[in-house]
Ligand binder design. Structure first.
Ligand SMILES: C[S@@+](CC[C@H](N)C(=O)[O-])C[C@H]1O[C@@H](n2cnc3c(N)ncnc32)[C@H](O)[C@@H]1O
Length: 379
């Protein structure tokens, strides 16, 4: 029996700033005994909950199912222990696999070397049992494995998501500085949008916030466009339960009224990209996108504005956008009475230039940038 089968305990990899939100999401999706730790969240789940979490979570990057945890003071011991796993439970010689490793505070100090030794063990296992070996494919493998060695304790896990869940598959194209999908989902959850007030993104770029808002408002599974999940490779995968979960989720989906979610961007290319992306989720054009300079927009009174304006780092050069943010503050003050605005600042030095009193500020990093989501009630 593998560890996850003995204790039904899994590990969700989650960005640090979104851990609390992700813990709530996991509980709502059926996870029990949810414990926040470094780099993620441990939780208990039945098979059905595991499938549901992978299908519906908008904040989790990957869910790992641990196979084995052991003391690991040398690469020889890693090889020997990994060689004893019955890899045919997960893979055939004709399929492909990939390994992602992290090492910290351990005798084995290089993650690439750790991956290499685990790969050798798997390949040699197959050679000795079948005479053939599976290949490595780091882009689209049949099986994703994770190896973590921390303080000389190693855990080998199957990635039950089958690659990072942030890749929702609606974003076929993107434009300048697209926001990672899981961050957009987290900003929406943190913003307090009640899903009934009309939502508007005046700097919509490739439409990530609009798409995530649509997924949340309609109850559409965030990862519903994925054709294969890693849990389908587990030896106890139950296709009947998986079908049930899909059916249940499908039943809970609801329509949204036209005009609930809309956005604009100054760039024609961004608008075309946004339209293409949003149309993948909703063919009946429930999300409207127009080409418009924010400063030429009609009033946005009473709307819920959530947006990610340009933050000035382009092609490695830094531009000064102080005046731009001052104008944006004036626009919000004069044209958006009765609205709520949640502005994501990729560069927090611009917060002061908006010149409005905020209700709160929350830290959310974006690709290494120390950004802030700031909420304003506009009277
Ligand atoms: C940081 S990007 C937004 C990225 C978006 N959240 C996404 O996920 O793709 C900022 C966007 O602001 C747009 N923009 C810049 N100046 C603008 C203006 N004056 N009015 C409207 N849009 C503008 C840019 O074309 C760009 O698409």
């Amino acid at each position: 029996m593998y560890s996850y089968q003995k204790n039904s305990r899994y590990f969700a990899q989650v960005a640090d700033d979104t851990k609390e939100l992700a813990a709530t999401e996991l509980r709502n999706l059926g996870a029990k005994s949810v414990d926040l730790t470094y780099k993620g969240i441990y939780f208990n789940a039945k098979q059905k909950d595991l499938y549901r979490i992978n299908l519906q979570s908008s904040l989790v990057n990957r869910v790992l199912a641990p196979l084995l945890t052991f003391d690991c003071h040398s690469d020889r011991y890693l090889y020997k222990t990994a060689h004893q796993i019955r890899w045919l439970d997960f893979l055939t010689s004709y399929q492909t696999f990939a390994i992602f490793s992290t090492v910290s505070d351990s005798k084995i100090s290089h993650s690439k070397f750790a991956s290499l030794r685990l790969k050798d063990a798997i390949v040699d296992y197959f050679r000795s049992v079948t005479g053939l070996r599976p290949s490595v494919d780091t882009k689209k493998p049949d099986l994703w494995l994770n190896l973590r060695i921390h303080r000389n304790r190693a855990t080998i896990s199957v990635d039950t998501s089958g690659g990072s869940l942030h890749q929702r598959r609606y974003r076929k194209e993107s434009v300048e500085a697209p926001m990672i999908e899981t961050l957009a989902a987290a900003l929406l959850k943190a913003s307090g949008w009640d899903q009934s007030q009309p939502l508007y993104d005046p700097f919509c770029g490739s439409g990530t916030l609009l798409c995530e808002a649509y997924l949340q408002a309609t109850g559409t599974p965030a990862n519903g466009l994925r054709t294969l999940f890693g849990f389908e490779r587990l030896p106890d995968f139950d296709p009947r339960i998986w079908k049930e979960v899909q059916k249940e989720c499908h039943k809970k989906q609801r329509a949204v009224r036209n005009g609930l979610i809309a956005g604009s961007d100054i760039s024609q290319k961004a608008v075309a990209t946004s339209r293409r992306n949003t149309n993948i989720l909703t063919t009946d054009r429930r999300i409207s996108v127009q080409q418009k300079d924010v400063f030429h927009l009609d009033k946005l009174q009473g709307q819920f504005i959530i947006t990610n304006p340009p933050y000035g780092i382009r092609l490695g050069r830094s531009e000064d956008l102080s005046h731009f943010y001052q104008r944006l503050g004036d626009f919000l003050k004069k044209q958006c009475q009765g609205a709520t605005a949640c502005i994501y600042f990729g560069d927090r030095k611009y917060i002061k230039h908006i010149g409005l009193r905020s209700s709160w500020k929350k830290p959310f990093t974006n690709g290494g940038l120390d950004g802030r989501l700031v909420k304003y009630e506009l009277y």
